[in-house]
Ligand binder design. Structure first.
Ligand code: PLP
Length: 425
């Protein structure tokens, strides 16, 4: 076998992979047409036809409804805005507990805080990295109002099971589906199974508009409430007939006509963009089966994984080499990757010091919930020791290049004993 690049050998990949570029001619032409029309946004902050935006925004939402087979799609200027709107719409208020995953982009857990809600962290499943339904059951208290589940890395969480927990307890399930467009569970799209689903259209995601997001729901009242929160709804409470005034404090989460025009083209070719990511992820997963101590991502029966990230676990005990060293050797072979993903969110200073809204400790002053190291052992182990991820969405790679990635991992894995020995000496 060739000598490891870390020990002076030749790297498997001698050139960086090109960045994946999903935006092209169609988007450029669509944007040019919007600019020529002179109408870059048509939102108006009071009740009437323009309360719901201009022609591109409306057409984009219609296309999204059709594609995802949902009753309502509410476009927003980011998934973060969408998550905030979702928390507002379901009526989260000060002291309400919202169960979230500690292993997700921070915005997921900030959304309840925006309304004075209390994020309660439950542990994750070690194979999908998504919220563990058993941990969720244990975290529920009489103050629990909602669960926000992230379909992490493009794989659906146990959505049907979480939805049945939510129904049983009379609470809401919100899906953070920023990473999972067209992912599926039992023939249903991720993002459409909970009461509300939130998609991201930021430039890291499978399809994007630079910045942007989409909220979906089959519930008329929740849709209306998100539309009100998106666009200074305090002006429209009588005209809209909305049932509750809670959380209708004005926001501006409106998407521009330019973004919507780009989004229409991106959605039109979403099968292509998502399919490319899926193919890379599957080829990597297939090519890396059976390596001792290296566990490639799994896809649960009945699910479609869309591989926002291809995420494997290195079990140090079985592999005989720590992740840090394995990762160093992978980098030397030219395999672009990251380790750890995000720090479990409860370890952020905001939770450790209990300072969020203002400096007096609100809303943590309303709760006894604790945020302690060790509280979610699975996520801490995966974060500290095991996770190795490849950002499928960032890179373009044809089959030959994916095979080189596989070769790089196999090469390092095959010589892990020498690697460990060289580090020890
Ligand atoms: C990207 C992402 C977000 C935030 O998306 P924005 O559109 O940038 O606000 C939220 N949650 C998850 C899981 C994400 O990956």
């Amino acid at each position: 076998m060739d000598k490891l690049a870390l020990l002076g050998g030749k790297p498997v990949l001698d050139q960086p992979l090109p960045r994946y570029q999903s935006v092209g001619k169609e988007e450029a032409e669509a944007v040019a047409r919007v600019i020529e029309s002179g109408c870059l946004s048509a939102f108006y902050g009071s009740w009437g036809d323009e309360f719901l935006g201009g022609p591109q925004v409306k057409a984009f939402e219609q296309a999204w409804r059709d594609r995802f087979r949902v009753k309502h799609a509410v476009s927003v200027n980011s998934a973060t805005s969408g998550l905030f709107a979702a928390m507002g719409a379901i009526g989260i208020g000060p002291g309400d507990e919202v169960i979230v995953s500690p292993y997700t982009m921070s915005a997921t857990a900030m959304a309840p805080l925006a309304y004075g809600g209390i994020p309660v962290f439950a542990d994750i499943e070690p194979d999908t990295f998504c919220l563990d339904p058993d941990a969720v059951r244990k975290a529920i208290t009489p103050r629990t109002r909602a669960i926000v589940v992230t379909n992490l890395f493009g794989h659906p969480a146990a959505l049907t099971e979480l939805m049945s927990i939510a129904r049983e307890r009379g609470i809401k399930l919100v899906e953070d589906n920023a990473q999972g467009p067209l992912a599926m569970e039992q023939g249903r799209y991720a993002g459409t199974i909970g009461h509300i689903g939130v998609f991201s259209l930021n430039y890291h995601k499978h399809i994007h508009t630079g910045e942007g997001g989409m909220c979906v729901t089959n519930d008329d009242e929740l849709a209306l409430r998100m539309q009100l929160i998106r666009n200074h709804g305090e002006n429209c409470t009588e005209a809209s007939g909305v049932a509750s005034l809670a959380n209708l404090v004005g926001c501006n989460y409106r998407m521009t006509e330019l973004s919507a025009a780009v989004g229409i083209e991106q959605l039109r070719r979403s099968d292509l963009h998502v399919g490319m990511r899926e193919r890379i992820g599957q080829r990597l997963a297939d090519g890396l089966q059976g390596l001792e101590g290296l566990v490639p991502p799994m896809t649960r029966a009945g699910c479609r994984h869309v591989y926002y990230v291809w995420a494997a676990r290195l079990e140090e005990d079985k592999a005989g080499v720590p992740r840090s060293l394995f990762s160093k050797a992978l980098s030397a072979e030219g395999f672009p990757h990251f380790t750890a993903y995000v720090r479990p969110l409860y370890l952020l200073p905001l939770f450790q010091k209990r300072i969020a809204l203002g400096a007096s400790g609100f809303p943590f002053t309303l709760t006894d919930i604790k945020y302690e190291k060790g509280m979610c052992p699975v996520v801490e182990r995966i974060w500290e020791k095991e996770l190795i991820g490849f950002e499928t969405c960032m890179h373009a790679a044809d089959d030959r290049q994916v095979d080189l990635l596989i070769e790089a991992v196999r090469k390092v894995h095959g010589q892990r004993q020498e690697l460990a020995r060289s580090a020890a000496s």
